[in-house]
Design a protein around this ligand. Structure first.
Ligand code: TYC
Length: 107
């Protein structure tokens, strides 16, 4: 779809103001879970339900993918939302003394 064209309005004082519609889409970031040998599978499923809004079946599918492949995508978000998810998961894992690692990368 074409964006709205730039538009320059000149008011009665001669001041020119831009009224261009700002429609730039934000960059998106994948939030990733990393496999390890110690974090219980059930804990990872719980993380995916609690912080990523997954149902039990989808959470289990993602956990098993990470377990088998080493890394997997939990969701795709704008920068600040992704950063918040990473912090929440890392704090939650640390509080439960699990070595689970969560990170983000630009899509
Ligand atoms: N590999 C872990 C185990 O066998 C399970 C696990 C899955 C850990 C996903 C981390 O991101 C992870 N208990």
């Amino acid at each position: 779809m074409p964006k709205q064209p730039n538009h320059r309005d000149e008011n009665q004082t001669g001041v020119i103001t831009r009224t261009e519609a700002k429609t730039k889409k934000p960059s998106l970031y994948k939030v990733l879970l990393l496999n390890d040998d110690y974090t219980p599978m059930e804990f990872v499923v719980h993380v995916l339900e609690r912080f990523f809004g997954k149902g039990r079946d989808e959470a289990t599918r993602i956990m098993l993918h990470v377990h088998q492949k080493g890394v997997g995508v939990c969701g795709v978000y704008t920068f600040e939302v992704a950063e918040t998810k990473v912090t929440q998961v890392m704090d939650f894992a640390r509080n439960h003394q699990h070595p689970l690692q969560c990170t983000m990368e630009k899509e």
